[in-house]
Ligand binder design. Sequence first.
Ligand code: FAD
Length: 409
Amino acid sequence: MPGERIVIAGGGAAGFFAAIACAQARGGKEVFVLERSSQFLSKVRISGGGRCNVTHAALDPRTFSTRYPRGERALIAALHRFSPEDTIAWFQRHGVRLKVEPDGRMFPVTDSSGTVIDCLMFEAKAAGVQPLARKGVEKARRNSTGGFDLTLSDGTSMSCHRLLLATGGARTLGGPQIAETFGHTIEPPVPSLFSFHISTPWLRSLPGVSLANVELAVIATKLRQRGALLITHNGVSGPAVLRLSAWGARLLAEMDYYFTLRINWLPDQHESALTGELRARRETQPKRQVASDPFPPLPSRLWGQLVHAAGIPPETIWTTLSRSQLLELVRLLTRCELLVEGKSLNKEEFVTCGGVRLRDVDFRTMQSRLTPHLYFAGELLDIDGITGGFNFQSAWTTGWIAGRAMADV
Ligand SMILES: Cc1cc2nc3c(=O)[nH]c(=O)nc-3n(C[C@H](O)[C@H](O)[C@H](O)COP(=O)(O)OP(=O)(O)OC[C@H]3O[C@@H](n4cnc5c(N)ncnc54)[C@H](O)[C@@H]3O)c2cc1C
């Protein structure tokens, strides 16, 4: 009966998870997933480099929530209701075993996102969900029964009793506009999880060089991160850079991705101790060329380029290294300043910062506080996490809560 019909706009991770939870709880009656494109779950397919980083292991909900630059507070209770452990158990129960990588990321043992897609499609059908492709929800209007009349992209219309918006990042068309019609505020969308463009020639000559631990800071801000870094063809990437981009998503957008990045290549070394150690080389290996005598754990190619950038001629040996050259080398090792002039999205995972303002949503049900029977889940909300499976976890958690609430359980 249309009066009891539930429509989920968006056939992505959050939409499917909500649909399955809802249909399983209410015995499969009249649960529709309307997808604008021709493909369901297309982001799941490309996620995690085709392997789908489903969630992150071994963190309690409180700690887990600290991995969200936006959404941390709202997610704490929600993650207690449907936790990463619940996700692992859910997929296991439905035939998808997950494995943990050393950094905590969890993937299907098959290393294929297809396994996750097959599972979600199978379980949706088994629960009686009706997925309809090429049916974008363009407009929604409140009707006299307290439900919604929907205008769809194929020119048809449909009515429903409850509507879940799970249309993904707030830069997409449809979801944010519908939310706004019902009085919701959209926090302006900007990208998160990106790498930095740097055109400094010596850095550009080092693509592929990686470091296990550097310290990054954006000059004139409080943004700081420590961790692994990768030098790429057009700048820097890697976990520390992506985390910095996530925590600084809004500020860096305001700076138009034009700022000075300070890198400490040896964050575990105190500057004065480092100076002392380099000075000591004048005594211990006076005849060795500075450029070919790297300082562990720095990769030798990076060391060579830093020596070059410090203006030290290649033939210089330790004993002829001047005081000012040594100090300049120490400065570059510990406070290397590079101009960032743009960004590129991370191929493995990127998300939108911004979306439906969280205080207008009741996270016990994911229902709108402004319009009864309107629900939200997934990336459309102003929630985004760092890389590592946190973004899918928020889609599973908010989707599950919304699905169960729409089924009145
Ligand atoms: C390349 C890449 C790799 C990623 N890898 C990972 C990873 O490994 N782990 C992780 O945790 N996160 C990853 N993410 C992030 C993750 O994919 C998203 O956070 C997650 O997909 C959000 O789920 P969602 O259902 O809210 O949105 P989406 O997955 O974007 O789904 C929304 C769906 O709604 C549809 N839609 C939009 N508007 C309408 C409309 N008006 N009517 C009907 N349908 C509509 C869209 O076509 C889409 O199919 C990755 C992202 C990218 C881009």
